[in-house]
Design a protein around this ligand. Structure first.
Ligand code: 13P
Length: 339
């Protein structure tokens, strides 16, 4: 097994998934202001350090995606954040794109940027301890979008990114996110996600990517958040698996879904259902931001010195998601908030 495949397998080892804690300062400021906490360097670190030193990290979190600010920070006891994460048995990762900007030629859509100087930044992140990376492309869904231009240009950028990351001996998370916003139904999400994934793997192949040394971070197949037609978990799970089986080459080591605006319970329940009926060879796990952090953040906002209870809530959420990777979650377990 190659080193890259080994890293990908460690991150998604049985019962484990990824904690996406790579919110940019702008996004983190919004999250903190929603709980009336000032977004200072110290507060951003304090919340993240609380999560990274939770027991749940050891059992359920195989990798943590960091933001540039955090990977360079130290804990109150002087340990670097990547070392803290490693001491809890997890692998540090880093978001390396510089955000989605308006796409010239189709201005209501986005292109993700960050390729300039990426080779040099990757070398620095490797020294800081990162062993995997993330790049997120976003696609909005409407009557006329996403355009072919958005699909092609984002796939090309993802592939160039992935090639640079593998050259730097790290595992690229390839994240093409078809957004949940909109009135579209589940069939439209299936159709657009299929098109997006096809184009991504076409480009990854052209760029000679070792697919075994990658992790795909896709959206689940869901109706739009304003859709009049709701779907149940069985339909979501069936269509998600069908879409991935049809469009993702079987060499890809693992799939770690984003939560993308689902509630914490929805994200857990849908992943559990996916794993109940998963008849593919893919490991199906999670790489959640909001769906792992929301309740913990809310509790922390009430009293930022209450580390114990914040960690308890995070441990519980991690455990529930960990269980869903092997279809062992159920709603009764949700009520058992212990350590
Ligand atoms: P959410 O799970 O909150 O969608 O975030 C995952 C992520 O990393 C988006 O890039």
């Amino acid at each position: 097994m190659s080193d890259l495949e080994n890293i990908a397998k460690q991150i998604l080892a049985k019962g484990k998934g990824i904690l996406a804690a790579d919110e940019s300062t702008g996004t983190m400021t919004k999250r903190l202001s929603s709980i009336n906490i000032e977004s200072t360097l110290e507060n951003r670190l304090k919340f993240r350090e609380t999560l990274f030193s939770s027991q749940g990290m050891k059992d359920y979190i195989g990798g943590v995606i960091l933001y540039d600010e955090t990977i360079k920070q130290k804990t109150s006891s002087g340990k670097s954040i990547p070392d803290l994460i490693k001491s809890f048995g997890s692998i540090p990762g880093i978001k390396v794109d510089t955000g989605a900007k308006n796409l010239a030629g189709s201005n209501e859509e986005k292109i993700t940027e960050g390729l300039d100087g990426l080779r040099e930044r990757l070398a620095e992140y490797f020294i800081l301890g990162a062993r995997f990376t993330k790049w997120r492309a976003v696609y909005n869904v409407s009557e006329k979008y996403p355009s072919d231009l958005a699909i092609k240009s984002n796939a090309h950028a993802l592939a160039r990114y992935a090639a640079l990351v593998q050259e730097a001996k790290m595992v690229p998370i390839v994240e093409p996110e078809v957004l949940m916003d909109g009135e579209h139904d589940i069939n439209k999400c299936f159709e657009i996600t299929s098109k997006v994934l096809k184009e991504c793997y076409k480009e990854l192949k052209i760029h000679n990517i070792n697919l075994k040394g990658t992790i795909l971070k896709p959206n689940m197949i869901l109706p739009g958040s304003k859709s009049k037609k709701k779907s149940n978990k069985t339909e979501i799970a069936k269509m998600t698996i069908k879409c991935l089986k049809e469009n993702v080459p079987s060499e890809v080591t693992g799939i770690a879904f984003l939560s993308g605006g689902q509630t914490e319970i929805e994200a857990t329940e849908n992943l559990n259902e996916i794993n109940k009926i998963n008849d593919s060879n893919f490991l199906m796990s999670f790489s959640y931001g909001r769906a792992l952090q929301q309740s913990a953040l809310k509790n922390w906002g009430k009293n930022i010195e209450d580390i114990d209870n914040t960690q308890k809530i995070f441990n519980h959420r991690s455990k529930m998601n960990g269980l869903s990777t092997s279809a062992k979650w159920n709603i009764d377990l949700e009520k058992q908030l212990t350590n």
